[in-house]
Design a protein around this ligand. Structure first.
Ligand code: P6P
Length: 337
């Protein structure tokens, strides 16, 4: 893939993708097309998020998703937008979404493509009403089963190391699409005045940092390793800063730019943690590793995990490699976990 320094200011996402594709003589254009679908969905969701208060889109939709979680209206909208943006352009064969009970095959009226997309259409949606930053998370697998046949579980219930790309779209003070491929991590900022994403963060690399991000309200339920890790940060000669937005994409994005660590550990009430493996932890772990960081479940590397089910949960420790290594060392020493 093209090196980031080849791209000057004003490079659009489309130009970045087309220039990069030229380095892959066997590329069919499906991947580029898929990324453009993601960008379209991002633009549509951004416009709606920014007007949610006016468009009657705040609050819950009244329903619950397959996990019994109250679904915010924008969750449903985002899920529909991603499906509509992905299913008719011949690059995707199946979608797994937090908002769908099972995998969604591309309708037979459309050409089925080579890619499987895993999605959290709008993570952090409980923050929507208080105008906090939220985001969409996606992972991209190349299908294993033959093109033209119906995709199966085999194409998506697989280790995170099988990912070929991942990313997130963060809806905050601006809208930023961050894309990770084998070549690195690149950020594109939406200019809403022209409706284009422009390269704004070439070759993102996570620095060593001193920020920890965890919900300390659960401290009484933490395993001993987490307690000793956080105590160590607070008692350090130069104590670490605590930052917790309560929106996974926002907390992880901040740590990618500034370094540090985000933790969502298991608790006795949630022995597998809260976050989803296939469409939250895998995509973010792939991206953070491509940015030079690390991600574990407190014991093993996230991308080495094998899901049993598309909605599996996992504890998550993600951030700069040194911080993740230290947290994992203490957490994995716990006999009780
Ligand atoms: P808690 C938002 O609901 C979310 O799924 C993630 O975005 C976020 O990191 C986490 O849950 C926050 O959970 O238990 O700290 O409120």
């Amino acid at each position: 893939m093209a090196s980031a320094q080849q791209f000057e200011e004003g490079t659009t996402l489309d130009r970045f993708l087309m220039d990069t594709m030229r380095e892959y003589p066997h590329a069919t254009g499906q991947f580029v097309n898929l990324c453009q679908s993601m960008a379209l969905a991002g633009k549509m969701i951004s416009a709606r998020v920014n007007r949610a208060g006016l468009a009657g889109m705040l609050g819950a939709a009244g329903g619950q998703n397959v996990h019994g979680e109250f679904v915010q209206k924008l969750d449903l909208y985002a899920n529909d937008v991603f499906k509509a943006s992905l299913e008719h352009r011949g690059h995707t064969c199946m979608i797994v979404s937090e908002e769908e009970g099972g995998p969604v095959l591309v309708p037979s009226r459309y050409e089925s493509g080579d890619y499987v997309v895993t999605l959290d259409p709008l993570d952090g949606s409980s923050n929507i009403d208080c105008n906090a930053t939220i985001g969409s998370i996606f992972g991209i697998f190349k299908r294993k089963t033959p093109t033209g046949t119906p995709a199966t579980r085999e194409d998506v219930v697989r280790p995170g190391d099988d990912l070929v790309a991942s990313g997130y779209i963060i809806f905050g003070s601006g809208t930023l699409l961050v894309l990770a491929t084998e070549a690195g991590v690149f950020g594109f900022t939406l200019d809403p005045t022209v409706g284009e994403f422009f390269l704004s963060h070439p070759a993102l690399k996570i620095p060593k940092g001193r920020i920890y991000s965890v919900n300390e309200g659960y401290r009484a339920q933490w395993q001993p390793g987490v307690v000793s890790y956080i105590d160590g940060l607070q008692r350090a000669d130069k104590p670490w800063k605590a930052r917790y937005i309560g929106s996974l994409v926002a907390d992880v994005h901040r740590n990618i730019l500034k370094g540090g660590v985000f933790l969502y550990p298991a608790t006795p009430g949630s022995p597998q943690g809260k976050l989803r493996l296939l469409y939250e932890a895998f995509p973010l772990a792939f991206l953070v590793e491509k940015a030079g960081g690390a991600a574990t479940d407190g014991r093993v590397r996230i991308l080495d995990l094998h899901p049993e089910d598309i909605h599996d949960r996992t504890p998550l420790v993600i951030g700069d490699a040194d911080a993740v290594a230290r947290a994992t060392e203490l957490m994995s020493a716990d006999p009780s976990f």
